[in-house]
Design a protein around this ligand. Structure first.
Ligand SMILES: [Zn+2]
Ligand SMILES: [Zn+2]
Length: 103
């Protein structure tokens, strides 16, 4: 259960957000550093629909395609794989997408 930062009212869970029933204030649910999307979603959709502050988190990582040093990242669940989640990066410059290699 969460309480609104703005007015202290009880908040309701709604699509990944806590929404205040009283003033409408929204806050992301859970840990903001863990952004998990499903197989059905494309990272580009989230980047486009999310815009700036509500989009994917970025991290300092070197793009193998253009040497840019910042990329969006997200965890994607792959049902067929042994691991439950795999980390992917999407370059903020050229939108090149690659998965984090475990080795
Ligand atoms: Zn509120
Ligand atoms: Zn790039």
């Amino acid at each position: 259960m969460e309480f609104c930062d703005e007015c202290g009212s009880m908040m309701k869970a709604n699509d990944g957000f806590w929404v205040c029933g009283s003033c409408g204030h929204e806050t992301p649910r859970g840990d903001a550093s863990e952004y998990v999307i499903t197989e059905d979603q494309e990272a580009s959709e989230i980047i486009e629909s999310g815009g700036g502050s509500n989009g994917l988190p970025t991290t300092e990582v070197q793009c193998p395609n253009c040497d840019n040093d910042q990329a969006y990242w997200y965890l994607q669940q792959i049902r067929s794989a042994d691991e439950s989640e795999t980390r992917f990066f999407v370059c903020t410059e050229c939108e090149h997408k690659w998965r984090e290699d475990d080795h």
